[in-house]
Design a protein around this ligand. Sequence first.
Ligand SMILES: Nc1ncnc2c1ncn2[C@@H]1O[C@H](COP(=O)(O)OP(=O)(O)OP(=O)(O)O)[C@@H](O)[C@H]1O
Ligand SMILES: [Mg+2]
Length: 502
Amino acid sequence: MENNSQVLLRAEAICKYFPGVKALDNVSFTLNRSEVHVLLGENGAGKSTLMKIFSGLYMVDAGSIWLEGQLVNIKNPKHSQELGISIIYQEFNLIPHLSVVQNMFLGHEPVDSYGFIDIRNMREKAREIMDFLKVDISLDAKINTLGIAHMQLVEVAKALTVNSRILIMDEPTATLSSKEINNLFETILKLKEKGVSIIYISHRLQEIKQIGDRVTVLRDGNTVGTHDVDKIELDELIHLMVGRKISQHRIRLVNTAVDEIVFAVDGLGQKPKLQNVNLHVRKGEIVALAGLVGAGRTELMHAVFGIDTYDTGKVVLRGKDITRNTPRKAIKAGMGLLPESRKENGLCLIQPIRENITHSGLKRITRFGILSLKKEREFAQTYIKQLNISCPGMNQTVKYLSGGNQQKVVLGKWLFTQCDFLIFDEPTRGIDVGARNEIYNLMNALAAEGVGILMVSSDLLEILTIADRVYVMREGTIAKELNGSLTTQEEIITYATGRKIE
Ligand SMILES: Nc1ncnc2c1ncn2[C@@H]1O[C@H](COP(=O)(O)OP(=O)(O)OP(=O)(O)O)[C@@H](O)[C@H]1O
Ligand SMILES: [Mg+2]
């Protein structure tokens, strides 16, 4: 299996502790030359922590790292880069008011012989990388004008501006849809051919077989084992990862929808992105909104929630016209939005879990104008338990939770507000298989209580797992409505792209 000259990076007995948390407890890992090595594990297993050790962001508390047989002590991110390691972090690291090209070369801009930034050279290189990635984004676009998928692609492009021999990708496909994922995979294969080794983290399990050569499973900060991808079944990997068997089948067995419509959009238009969008959600129904990145799904959600304005159309919630409302009024009318980008819209990162959960529904814990901290703690505890949020306690600052556990806090927050209608924008983005099923079960439970749910999802398997009905969006309008229990991945893709897939 492993032959020493093949080994590029070796980490042995790595330990890393945070106050109250054993993030890594004796982890070993080897990366071969020119391989795609998948790192698998539940939310909070320690994947990102291990990567941050390789990238020089964290120092180890114990353990050793060898690069090409040499013992190295990675001191800081710059040192890691000099050693040929580059990383795409799970949470974005872009400067919002700078342009795409400025972000790509930030801190290592090419200079001319006078020491000035060589803008022409920089743009040429940037263009080359974008072409290599098959990405069509203007180099001058400011980051804060881009959608989340494009931000992710800029992160990838940025990582490619330095010639590295190890590229770490921490959940690069979480925000992408099938077309961009395929392009990214092509890029990964090309890099591999050039001799780059890739460490790849993802909760989308079907990707392991598509792209991985070997896979290492982490559980609770320990290495469970390393396997050749073609010698192990997915079921077995899941078992290793969560320590129990998990069903990957449809878990929406009963459609709890009643006739009463809770939410309706009628003829909504917003130039140039949306045209004549019509849809409705019944009480107790789970409806999915599918479509490629750029089809207008997020724009539509922002419009109906009142974040963005629109030109034509009507939005009705529980029989009440809420056309062109503000988000505040939408929440008051009984609507909740679990946003696509939790970092910007969903959470207050520097506050504890407790406050984040109760923030949008203070009324529930206030009596005679007085906030009950006791109640706040009780509710926080309930949701931490129900959602299985892995943390040292409810007072932990959200910033220090793993990505998936942050997403669970956002969910807890909306469960707490007890809405009649919830919009979930990519609800299980970055959430591990086990926790994913917990969230689907929760959605089932909410629907059974009569809540209407509209779920935007790029994950086709997820749609087939949980949706009663599916709207497929293409080019700013609803291209097709499908039955969630009867449709297939192929059918959804066909309508999303507008062409037949061979
Ligand atoms: N800076 C920090 N301070 C305190 N705790 C931390 C810090 N960074 C990570 N942790 C904790 O260490 C553990 C491992 O976190 P890590 O981010 O490595 O998980 P992960 O495997 O990447 O999970 P996910 O799939 O959710 O991204 C978690 O319990 C997390 O809360
Ligand atoms: Mg992580």
